[in-house]
Design a protein around this ligand. Structure first.
Ligand SMILES: [Zn+2]
Length: 487
C-alpha cells in the first residue's frame, strides 16, 4: 500500500479499506484491492490474531506512527529488569504473564491515548485472553469496527508492508528480551528497520525469522480460532465492490424488437426458396436451425435471462445448432440431411411409445404433437430409434470435422457445466467472496448477475445466418450490433 504515505499526523492518513457503501440491500467493501493478494499462511490464520493489538496500531495512522509506537514498546522490554519474561508479546503470551507484570505491560502499551482509544476494539472479543487486564486500562468509548477491519484487511497478506512491520515487532521483542540470539550484524540490520539498510533484503529476512517457531512447543490455537469465530459472528458479510465493468450495463441492449426484422426476413426468404411440398430435409434443416437459434436468442434477451443460468444453456444450445449445421453443410449429402431428420423423428417415436405404454406424460408434453412428428415423414414401423447422437459422433468431433473447433473450445465446456449443475458454475452463480476481511475471504450465498451471454450468442446466430445465406443466397439480415457489443 505504497500510495498511502502522507506525512501529516493529524487525522486519518490511512487509505481505508472499509469505506463501505450501502448499495441497495448490500454493504460493499473495498477489500478487493487487497483480497487478490492474499494467500493464507500461518501468519494470517494463526499469528495475526495473536498480534492483533499491533495490527490495529499499524492502521491508526501511517507507518511512522506505528514504528514509533512499536519502538516505544521495544525499549520498555529491553530496559525491563524481567525482560526475558516479556519475549512473547502475543495476545496469548501476554495473558500468560504474572498478573503484576501483565498489568504493567498492558498499562504501558495503553499509555498513549491515541493507541489506547484505537485498541478499544479488543473489547469486542468476549474470549480475549486476559480480557480483564485490557479492559482495566482501555478508555471507555465505543469501539471502531472499521479500524479492526482495516487492521485485519491490510495485515492478511503475509508479505504486506503492514504485516511485515507487525512481524518485525514480534521478532524484535524476542531479540531485545534476549530470547532470540542472532549474529550482531543481522541484529543491527533489524534494529535499523524500516529506515536504514537494504529493505529488499531485510524484509524477507525478518519474515523468514519470524516464522521460526520452536518445534518442541505445541502450538496453542485457542485464541486464533476464537478470534476468527467471534469476528465472523459479530460482523456482517460485505459484498466486494466489483472492479470489472459490467458488460450488461455498459453495452447497448438487444431486444425482441431487434430480432423481429430478422425473423420476418427469414420467413420471407423461406417462402421464396421453398420449391416443393414434398419433404425437403435440407431446406427444413437449414431454415429450422436458423429459426430455432434466433428464437433461443430472443428468449435470452428477456430481462435477467442473458445474465443468468438459462442464458448459458441458451448459448450452449445455439453453439450446438451452429456446429451441427456447419457439419451438415460441409458434407452436404442428401442421406446425411435425412439422417439428421430421422434421428429427431425417432426421438419423437421413442417418447410417444413411452407415454403411450409405460407412463403418463408430464404436463409439458403434448402427446398428439409428438405422435404427429414421429409419423409424419415415413411410417412409424420403419423408423429406427437411434439412441446415441444423431451423427454417431460427439460434438467435439463434429466441430473438428466442420472446422469450428474454436467456437466449441470457447463456449462448450463452461456452459455445459451450467447445464449439468456442477460445482464451478454453482460457485460462480450462487456464491460470492465476502468482502469483510474479518471473515477471511469465505464464500457466502449470493445470486448475482453474471456476464451477459447475449452478445456471444448473437455472434453464433450470425454464423448460422451466414450458413443459411450460403446455402440459399440472398439473405443479408443479421443480428444487429453484436460485433460491436462484444468488443
Ligand atoms: Zn462474510
Amino acid at each position: 500500500m505504497s500510495n498511502k504515505k502522507k506525512k501529516s499526523r493529524s487525522g486519518k492518513n490511512r487509505t481505508s479499506l472499509q469505506d463501505h457503501k450501502k448499495v441497495g440491500k448490500q454493504l460493499q467493501s473495498g477489500f478487493a484491492v487487497v483480497a487478490d493478494k492474499v494467500t493464507f499462511s500461518s501468519w494470517s490464520n494463526e499469528r495475526l490474531p495473536e498480534m492483533i493489538w499491533a495490527a490495529v496500531i499499524r492502521v491508526v495512522d501511517d507507518q511512522d506512527y506505528a514504528i514509533s509506537e512499536f519502538r516505544r514498546v521495544l525499549s520498555f522490554i529491553g530496559g525491563h529488569a524481567e525482560k526475558e519474561r516479556l519475549s512473547d508479546i502475543s495476545i496469548s503470551g501476554i495473558a500468560k504473564l504474572p498478573e503484576r507484570l501483565r498489568e504493567e505491560f498492558v498499562g504501558f502499551i495503553l499509555k498513549s491515548e491515541r493507541t489506547a482509544s484505537a485498541l478499544v476494539v479488543l473489547s469486542l472479543f468476549e474470549t480475549l485472553p486476559a480480557r480483564e487486564t485490557w479492559i482495566k486500562f482501555l478508555p471507555e468509548k465505543a469501539p471502531d469496527v472499521s479500524l479492526l477491519m482495516d487492521a485485519v484487511g491490510f495485515n492478511l497478506p503475509h508479505q504486506s508492508q503492514e504485516a511485515t512491520d507487525c512481524r518485525w515487532l514480534r521478532l524484535m521483542a524476542q531479540v531485545v528480551s534476549g530470547k532470540f540470539h542472532v549474529p550482531r550484524e543481522m541484529a543491527e540490520e533489524w534494529f535499523g528497520y524500516p529506515y536504514e539498510g537494504d529493505l529488499q533484503k531485510i524484509r524477507p529476512s525478518i519474515r523468514a525469522s519470524e516464522i521460526a517457531d520452536n518445534p518442541f512447543v505445541k502450538k496453542d490455537l485457542t485464541w486464533p480460532n476464537a478470534f476468527w469465530d467471534e469476528a465472523w459472528r459479530a460482523s456482517p458479510c460485505l459484498a466486494l465492490i466489483e472492479e470489472k465493468e459490467d458488460a450488461a450495463g455498459s453495452a447497448a441492449k438487444l431486444s425482441w424488437a431487434d430480432l423481429s426484422p430478422v425473423i420476418d426476413g427469414l420467413e420471407y426468404h423461406w417462402s421464396s426458396t421453398h420449391s416443393t411440398t414434398a419433404i425437403d430435409a435440407r431446406h427444413d434443416a437449414i431454415f429450422g436451425i436458423a429459426f430455432y437459434a434466433v428464437r433461443v436468442l430472443g428468449e435470452m434477451t428477456s430481462a435477467g435471462v442473458g445474465t443468468g443460468i438459462l442464458g448459458r444453456l441458451g448459448l450452449r444450445t445455439i453453439l450446438e445448432a451452429h456446429i451441427s449445421l456447419r457439419y451438415l453443410l460441409t458434407k452436404d449429402q442428401p442421406e446425411l440431411w435425412k439422417k439428421w431428420r430421422v434421428y429427431g423423428a425417432g426421438q419423437a417415436k421413442l417418447n410417444a411409445l413411452r407415454f403411450d405404454e409405460l407412463m403418463d406424460a408430464p404436463k409439458h408434453i403434448d402427446q398428439s404433437t409428438i405422435e404427429a412428428i414421429a409419423g409424419e415423414d415415413i411410417w412409424e414401423e420403419f423408423l429406427n430409434i437411434e439412441l446415441g447422437s444423431w451423427s454417431g459422433l460427439d460434438l467435439r468431433k463434429l466441430s473438428e470435422k466442420a472446422e469450428v473447433k474454436d467456437a466449441y473450445d470457447a463456449h462448450y465446456s463452461w456452459a455445459s457445466g451450467y447445464s449439468h449443475g456442477t460445482w464451478g458454475p454453482i460457485r460462480e452463480s450462487c456464491f460470492d467472496t465476502c468482502g469483510n476481511p474479518l471473515h477471511r475471504l469465505h464464500r457466502y450465498p449470493r445470486l448475482k448477475g453474471l456476464p451477459d451471454t447475449v452478445f456471444d450468442a448473437g455472434l453464433l446466430v450470425n454464423s448460422v445466418l451466414d450458413d443459411l445465406d450460403k446455402a440459399y443466397p440472398g439473405f443479408s439480415l443479421r443480428i444487429p450490433n453484436v460485433e460491436l457489443m462484444s468488443e
